[in-house]
Ligand binder design. Sequence first.
Ligand SMILES: Nc1ncnc2c1ncn2[C@@H]1O[C@H](COP(=O)(O)OP(=O)(O)OP(=O)(O)O)[C@@H](O)[C@H]1O
Length: 325
Amino acid sequence: MTDSTVLSVDDLTVTVGTRRGPVRAVAGVSWQVRQGETFALVGESGSGKSMTLLAATGLAPRAATVTGRVRLLGTELTALPDDRRRKVRGRHVGFVFQDPMTSLNPVLPVGRQVTEAAEEHLGLTRRAARDRAVELLELVGIPSAARRVDAYPHQFSGGMRQRVAIAMALACEPDLLIADEPTTALDVTTQAQIIELVADLQARLGTAVVWVTHDLGVVAGIADTVAVMYGGRIVEQGPVDAVFDTPTHPYTRALLAARPDPSRRGEDLVAIPGSPPSPLDLPPGCAFWPRCPVRADPRCEHELPPLTPVGDGHTVRTFYRGEAG
Ligand SMILES: Nc1ncnc2c1ncn2[C@@H]1O[C@H](COP(=O)(O)OP(=O)(O)OP(=O)(O)O)[C@@H](O)[C@H]1O
């Protein structure tokens, strides 16, 4: 861990007790994000992206057992009692979710909501909080912010509501912004505006960003580092250029092949045949084996491949070492 490390996740495992038995949602996941860096977590639905972030920030459901170590700005979050962890998280981490209404209260004016956390964590007075709310709404590009500070969430469009949610997430000047599929529910133009807004704010404020997405196009555009998750594990991780230029895990290669590419408009997409594994019934070896078009090594079926370095900061969990790229 270097001095500029904001969040460091070490061997994180999350098992959720369900009526059908324990579900191992996340298994032995490790990664770090540094100041000003954008770290992208990608993978199909159910691969464990959201649970990784919830557990890393102490928000896993009650039924979950979390092991491993998480440090935020050098403080070991996993060792803190709940109330202290809540305080540290509230002060240093901002969250933006897919649906802005997850964070917004429909019956409170947006200005009050934007600075509620700042009032608690930074001790702002009501008057200073209102000024700060206007400032934050201007920062995220809400037109006529001074007037709209008293408006309610339903008086904003979806894209504007997401801007309000971003303003709210930034109110305590967090060191880390967690953006969990914040553009999925928006139309393409608004998506691009929100992505640009976060990148611009990050450049100005130096915030570290963890961006959860299914969209590899977004990753290519904004991330410095990417981790690809499958069946609760990171199967490939590294600098975005390295992972995109020389993808090594057959799953990463399949995801990249399936991605819509504007330069290949008109061509059929290659969907990955089959569906992700049930976390109740994970294969003993590589979780991608049942869908893998390569099946390069007989060990893949029964033996979990170790995470192996294949380049500078680029690691992969596969026995496959075939032609890359
Ligand atoms: N509260 C819960 N109780 C039981 N199992 C859960 C719970 N939340 C998530 N899971 C299981 O944990 C696994 C990982 O879920 P998670 O939401 O982290 O995936 P994801 O990659 O974020 O998917 P998506 O892209 O759809 O949000 C899934 O198999 C899911 O069924």
